[in-house]
Design a protein around this ligand. Structure first.
Ligand SMILES: [Zn+2]
Length: 228
């Protein structure tokens, strides 16, 4: 146990797993798993990286870590992730890692919000995120027209996410996460809703309606609630 020798501050919005990989690499560990074994005497679980572990490893305090919005496991609430001060249920996150390859060419880190299933596009490069691992199970790819529609609303969702993530006094019922959640549940068929209520792992995107007609409806309803 003890702190690492090299521990840069994470980039704002960096994905926690990406930051842990970077820490391991900078401190000459073969893998994040080896680093965790050495420091915590436990196996590395990329779905359960806690704020406390990262503070222990780096000596940064939790406020510093929360301000950078790592999308990190919430120790106090099971199956919930922290994005800044915002609590996001795990079923809002994709199981597979999705990325914007154009962003990756410009910056050296992956973004936490790429895991959030209701932000399926890169608003900077105006395109859908793609699976990081191409051998991953094929997913439904929205077509161009759907992407264009999604891109009209996604900037508003991202702004709300960023505002809420920084708001320490946020009433959870008014958060963007609660609004999306309500809309998600409203748009699911009863059998899917049932399985969503029973599962607690990350879902991949299959619970989010990205089929063409459903996607329009889902995003239009969200648009009415959030933007209008
Ligand atoms: Zn991009």
């Amino acid at each position: 146990m003890g702190q690492l020798f090299v521990f840069p501050k994470p980039s704002k919005g960096q994905l926690a797993t990406c930051y842990v990989r970077k820490l391991a690499e900078l401190n000459h560990y073969i893998s994040a798993n080896e680093m965790y074994g050495h420091h915590f005497n436990e196996a590395y679980d990329q779905d359960n990286i806690s704020l406390k572990q990262l503070c222990d490893l780096t000596g940064h305090n939790s406020t510093v870590m929360q301000d950078v919005m790592l999308l990190i496991s919430d120790q106090n609430e099971q199956n919930t992730f922290l994005y800044g001060h915002l609590h996001i249920p795990s079923y809002h996150l994709t199981k597979e890692l999705f990325v914007c390859r154009s962003c990756l060419e410009e910056q050296s880190f992956m973004e936490g919000k790429w895991r959030i299933a209701w932000l399926p596009c890169c608003t900077k490069h105006h395109k859908a995120l793609t699976p990081f691992n191409y051998s991953a199970e094929p997913i439904y790819e929205p077509d161009k027209q759907v992407i264009d529609t999604l891109l009209q609303i996604q900037p508003a969702l991202e702004r709300a996410l960023d505002n809420d993530a920084f708001n320490k006094d946020l009433n959870i019922d008014n958060s963007i996460v609660a609004k999306v959640d309500k809309q998600l549940k409203r748009s699911l068929k009863p059998d899917k809703l049932e399985s969503l209520n029973q599962r607690n792992k990350k879902y991949s995107r299959r619970y989010f309606p990205y089929k063409r007609s459903e996607a329009f409806l889902f995003m239009e309803c969200l648009y009415d609630q959030i933007v209008a």
